[in-house]
Design a protein around this ligand. Structure first.
Ligand SMILES: *Cc1c(COP(=O)(O)O)cnc(C)c1O
Length: 407
């Protein structure tokens, strides 16, 4: 062994001095540093990506949520072995269905994917020729009934399958619009309070007219009863995001409901190809991660969790509410994203900064903080995406920027 190589090897040999023995001077032994643990790569730093504290909410563009620890453990623990996707889906689906009072369930690549695949299943049933034909609907039904106030951007998930949205407002409209071309009736849970037909009436109409009903509860994991409430109510299909309140993988969601419809939806989904869902892939560790996220979430102490969210909100509210010209209030949204939400507004005559500029200052500061803009000079803040203790950092930044703008 050359001397230079011997010194280089010191870093990997536990008793290097003893191995190389007397050929090495004491000086070179002491000069060779002990092997430091390999530093973990920090890709955010390496690539210059700005991370931030998320006081805004579960927004896809902000990378959704931080997964629960058990979900990350599950992904790590299951990523190193192979399993057949269908078998993973079968086993996980059974457990999810039992937890949520559904006949069957399958893990999808998000709530959007659940909406597409569920609709596809309704259209095709188990007819493989129809599966191959989508989004061309020859020989299939072609219309989905949606209340006018529920007709938001999310319906694009449905129209991906080739269907047309037919708007209705009243129960009478539904009875008139329903016909041989009606494939499904879709309900957007968060728009529930804005429509003339309630969730229960929607289900009753579907049953009366023999039309499958689907509900989108993407961001409505709280209160936890929502996870089974709509299955109990009688919706044929229920769709929820995995990476919002459930804090599962961002690229996962759940489609649950009638057994025949879930089976049909799966024919339109990976691992099978030649269908419209082939791109909506979700791998075994994400499927298992989704399952663990749901299980952990259901078993959380929800009263305690709510109190934690409220306490964090109070820390942030207290840091700014005495600043002259600043007012605060705490609300809980009625349906989606049900979590204590802090609204901070200010009088621009006394706190001299516009809303968007204020949001930018929080983003550009250290630590970077994301909040959402509200009406006029106001912002909204939630605490469920913060990690423990981060509320103090957010509170300090809010107070600092508002105080500076008041000077
Ligand atoms: C977020 C959201 C979706 C899409 O869910 P993903 O899990 O991001 O695919 C669909 N519908 C509503 C109402 C949502 O809020």
């Amino acid at each position: 062994m050359k001397r230079r190589d011997a010194i280089k090897n010191l870093s990997v040999l536990p008793v290097a001095g003893a191995v190389v023995g007397t050929t090495l001077s004491l000086e070179s032994v002491t000069a060779a540093p002990a092997a430091p643990p390999a530093p973990k790569r920090n890709l955010f730093r390496e690539l210059g990506i700005r991370t931030f504290l998320n006081a805004a909410g579960t927004y896809t563009a902000m990378s959704g949520c931080i997964m629960q620890d058990e979900v990350i453990d599950t992904i790590r623990a299951t990523a190193g072995e192979y399993a057949m996707i269908d078998e993973v889906q079968d086993k996980v689906g059974e457990r999810i269905a039992a937890m949520c009072h559904a006949e069957a369930a399958t893990v999808t690549a998000g709530c959007w994917s659940a909406l597409v695949l569920g609709t596809a299943g309704v259209l095709t049933g188990t007819d493989m020729e129809k599966v191959a034909r989508l989004p061309h609907l020859e020989g299939m039904k072609s219309e989905v009934l949606v209340q006018k106030t529920h007709n938001h951007g999310y319906v694009h998930a449905l129209t991906n399958t080739g269907v047309r949205i037919v708007e209705v407002e009243t129960a009478d409209d539904v009875e008139k619009a329903a016909g041989p071309d009606t494939a499904m009736m879709w309900f957007l849970n968060y728009a529930g309070p804005d429509g003339k037909i309630s969730d229960k009436e929607w289900v009753a109409l579907g049953k009366k007219l023999n039309i499958p009903t689907m509900i989108d509860i993407a961001a409505d994991a709280t209160p936890v009863e929502n996870l089974w409430k709509f299955n109990d109510m009688g919706f044929d299909l229920v769709c929820i995001s995995g990476g919002k309140g459930l804090r599962g993988p961002q690229s996962a969601g759940i489609l649950m409901g009638r057994k025949d419809l879930i089976a049909a939806a799966r024919l339109n989904a990976p691992p099978r190809g030649g269908n419209i869902g082939r791109g909506m892939k979700v791998n075994k560790e994400e499927i298992l991660g989704m399952y663990v996220a749901l299980e952990k979430f259901i078993n959380l102490d929800h009263a305690k969790l709510w109190k934690t969210w409220e306490d964090r909100i109070a820390v942030m509210e207290n840091s700014v509410k005495k600043i002259p010209g600043v007012s605060t209030s705490v609300i809980v949204p009625p349906v989606a994203n049900r979590t204590p939400t802090l609204i901070i507004s200010w009088d621009k005559g006394r706190v001299k900064v516009g809303r968007d500029e204020f949001i930018n200052r929080l983003r550009d500061g250290s630590p970077s903080v994301a909040v959402m803009g509200g009406k006029d000079e106001s912002i909204t803040i939630t605490s469920w995406n913060l990690l423990p203790g981060q509320e103090k950092l957010v509170a300090a930044r809010l107070s600092e920027e508002l105080t500076k703008a008041s000077a």
